[in-house]
Write a protein that binds this ligand. Structure first.
Ligand SMILES: *Cc1c(COP(=O)(O)O)cnc(C)c1O
Length: 449
């Protein structure tokens, strides 16, 4: 095969990096080894395809292209225009959307942009509270969204399910201009239609941030928010396995006339992304989004999404069978949230598992008496293990490893943890074996170059 210009550029870049910057080069090699040799059960982790990485590493990065295709502020945008049009068209096809903006630098920016398009400082917003599973950008007081707007938080009921009744009460009481839904740790189906009905009743717009479940939505394994919400946002690197970046999408409300009586809602978003919020777009990332969307349109992606679901289900079952309390009683998506045994806390569990190359994160659970920095739960996710082609059998194995580690761990006063060395060694060896037998879809660190 003839080497492409991209391949030759990357090759030259790697050679220069290795020669001129051995310190950074070694760091990148170590990071690659870490990814290939550890078991990532972090719910927000995905895995970017090598072809997507190749796009982000190509010389398209050099194009400055403020504006939109056909309406740029610079010459020389012929090909980036086509790449952006391709990204938009494919994203529309993947999600069944009528309007898509592929320029947001990340999901956080996408959320801020929708808010800036619709709201004035001081306007009222309902968002899921951070400690109930909402995201920082849904109105947390430490985030710009919480500082600019009058935010009221809703959350979960005592069973750990979204309390739509309370959401409706809050909406009737505070008459928000925007209701934000979508979460970072919820394991059940989000009823976007119900949120929309509440918003319609009280005259609010709905923003659905589907960052965590976007892949399941794309594969038809979770109800879609595209037509239910006015606006849908997501990042492209978690469950869409693409580059780091964000999207704003709209369905049936795209052509609805906005409050000013002149522009449509999608026109508001278009001018809010640029020039209100952003300058020149990351054209290499936009091209990589096109590539990621191309992959989502392939039948293999449906298989992968199916595996994400099957693996999460198997993990939940395997943890319950070992006596762990799985929050919400199971899972409808890729996330499994469980209560850590009483002799530990979430932070201790996260640390001791990381020392065995099993990556998870501590997470608050409903009614948690501990703060978010310690927490009483652990959140698992199946995106990366499914990408490795692990199936339910391996999930039982993973649950067994987690259980062995946690049940042998002793919490020390002052927050430390102690695990017998032989347990650690056996677990690390088992993790190595699993990672070797189920490799990520790019070269492992031990393969000869
Ligand atoms: C991760 C996450 C984000 C932030 O995504 P970025 O692209 O990193 O800004 C926003 N919303 C939700 C629900 C998330 O889980």
């Amino acid at each position: 095969m003839q080497a492409s210009h991209i391949g030759r550029t990357l090759e030259q870049g790697v050679a220069t990096l290795r020669r001129d910057d051995p310190e950074l080069f070694a760091l990148l090699e170590d990071e690659h080894r870490r990814q290939t040799e550890t078991l990532s059960l972090v719910a927000s982790s995905g895995g970017t395809d090598a072809s997507v990485m190749a796009v982000t590493g190509s010389s398209i990065v050099n194009v400055t292209a403020e504006g939109y295709p056909g309406k740029r502020y610079h010459a020389g945008c012929r090909y980036v225009d086509r790449a952006e049009e391709l990204a938009v068209a494919r994203t529309k096809q993947v999600f069944g959307a009528r309007y898509v903006n592929v320029q947001p630098h990340c999901a956080s920016f996408a959320n801020h942009t929708v808010m800036q398009a619709l709201l004035k400082p001081g306007d009222t917003v309902l968002g899921m509270a951070l400690d109930q599973g909402g995201h920082l950008t849904h109105g947390s007081p430490v985030n710009l969204s919480g500082k600019l707007f009058d935010v009221h938080g809703y959350g979960l009921d005592s069973k750990g399910l979204i309390d739509y009744g309370h959401l409706r009460e809050l909406a009737r009481e505070h008459r928000p201009r925007l209701v934000v839904c979508g979460t970072t740790s919820y394991t059940r189906v989000i009823d976007f239609d119900r949120v929309r009905a509440i918003a319609d009743e009280t005259g609010a717009y709905v923003l659905a941030d589907i960052t965590h479940i976007a892949g399941l939505v794309a594969a038809g394994l979770h109800p879609s928010s595209i037509d239910a919400a006015h606006f849908t946002t997501t990042c492209t690197f978690k469950q869409l396995y693409g580059p780091r970046g964000g999207l704003i999408m709209m369905g049936r409300d795209a052509d609805e006339v906005s409050g000013d009586g002149k522009r449509t809602l999608s026109q508001l978003i278009q001018s809010a992304v640029f020039p209100l919020m952003q300058g020149s777009p990351e054209v290499h990332t936009i091209a990589a989004k096109a590539r990621a969307m191309g992959r989502l349109l392939q039948p293999e992606f449906r298989e992968l999404a199916g595996r994400v679901r099957a693996d999460a289900e198997a993990l939940a079952t395997a943890m319950s069978r070992r006596g762990y309390e799985v929050i919400g009683g199971g899972t409808d998506n890729h996330i499994v949230l469980f209560r850590v045994p009483p002799h530990l806390n979430g932070l201790a569990a996260e640390r001791v598992l990381e020392s065995c190359d099993i990556l998870v994160n501590k997470n608050k659970i409903p009614g948690d008496t501990r703060g978010a920095a310690v927490a009483s739960g652990v959140r698992l996710g199946s995106n990366t293990v499914a990408l490795r082609r692990m199936g339910p059998e391996q999930m039982d194995r993973c649950a067994g490893l987690i259980d062995t580690v946690l049940s042998h761990t002793r919490a020390l006063p002052g927050g430390g943890v102690e695990l017998p060395e032989d347990v650690r060694e056996r677990t690390v060896a088992a993790v190595r074996g699993l990672c070797r037998d189920f490799p990520l879809p790019y070269p492992s660190a031990t393969e000869t170059l």
